[in-house]
Design a protein around this ligand. Structure first.
Ligand code: DQA
Length: 147
């Protein structure tokens, strides 16, 4: 069974009520449940985790090196734009990495235009809201990533 780790970065626990005009009204549970459902239908195994702490995300990436995780879908949230440490952790992970953003970061403030994680990601999805996570899982299931 293919195993995927879904990582949600800081403040994404507030989805549904956090700036809904940007991030939508779906909660993190809604997003995770849709992913669990799609994974189950396709015989894939998902583990989803949210952390407001850089180290928590890094520890989860380290654990994924040794537990048979085939791919990581990650929305590093604000750490996207700041964290060399998360980039380094992902560089130490040998599976596929898909970076997801709910909003189109390229349409927003210039500090959101740069992503450290994109230097490692096999695919990047931005601006499709919660559908972006499902598109990422779909691409992994189909083996579509090309980087
Ligand atoms: C985000 C975009 C980031 O710039 C921001 O800091 C977030 C969420 C997104 O999903 O659109 O927290 O990653």
């Amino acid at each position: 069974m293919n195993k995927v780790l879904v990582l949600h970065g800081p403040n994404l626990n507030l989805l549904g009520t956090r700036q809904p005009e940007i991030y939508g009204r779906e909660t993190l549970n809604d997003i995770n449940n849709a992913l669990y459902e799609k994974a189950a239908v396709n015989g894939w195994d998902i583990k989803a985790l949210q952390s407001n702490h850089e180290g928590g995300l890094i520890d989860a990436i380290h654990a994924a090196r040794d537990d048979g995780t085939a791919a990581i879908i990650i929305n590093p949230a604000a750490y996207t734009h700041t964290s060399v440490a998360i980039l380094d952790a992902l560089n130490a992970f040998e599976g596929k990495v898909i970076e997801v953003h709910l909003s189109n970061v390229h349409k927003r403030e210039s500090f959101r235009h740069h992503s450290y994680v994109s230097l490692r990601a096999d695919g990047v999805i931005a601006g499709l809201g919660s559908q972006g996570y499902l598109a990422a899982l779909d691409a992994l299931i189909r083996g579509a990533e090309r980087a």
